[in-house]
Write a protein that binds this ligand. Sequence first.
Ligand code: DX5
Ligand code: ZN
Length: 225
Amino acid sequence: MSHYRISPSILSADFARLGEEVSNVIAAGADLIHFDVMDNHYVPNLTFGPMICSALKPYATVPIDVHLMVEPVDDLIQSFAKAGAGIITFHPEASKHVDRSLSLICDLSCQAGLVLNPATSVSVLENVLDRLDMVLLMSVNPGFGGQSFIQQTLVKIRQVRAMLDEYEAQSGRHIALEVDGGVKVDNIAEIAAAGADTFVAGSAIFGKPDYKAVIGQMREELSRV
Ligand code: DX5
Ligand code: ZN
């Protein structure tokens, strides 16, 4: 079994048929369902909230990977935990007390993660590694699907990989490293080679008629890393 996980972003799914889209992409091999929450405040776009997450929960037989692009975060963390989130990640710039928000996620029995924008330094991770189950590196500026992968992210993935490997050697705790934005069949192998193990893909999967074929091609690429 490969340790790589694919997390299709339903931001690019057909919003009029979301339950069916979630079922179909899981049948096609999704390991997680990436749920992009945008508030038209932290990012210039507006998507869906906890009620939609709750409604999709019966269709989601894999964990829901909630990516909060909202400010502030604490109230919505509670709502999404109640709505069935498995993983909740947020941007450190959007919380006044990052350590407290991470603890809150953990207390609600969800996995916790921080999301770093392209210009955010990896130093924000240093003092909270014990609280993290996942680091999510943005390879586009958050707010929209269908943007191009920012190549500089590869350098950052290597940097965070080294940090997480060192932490795992000391603590025995594994922290997942997820990459979000512009991930395609063509570049997934190079992103994995840099050190990522979890891959968000929105337009690359939902933009094609055959989800199983795309996820299969991604796994084929990953098997060669
Ligand atoms: C962007 C979102 C991404 C987005 C990825 O703010 O966080 O999850 O849906 O979409 P693609 O894969 O199309 O770049
Ligand atoms: Zn996302």
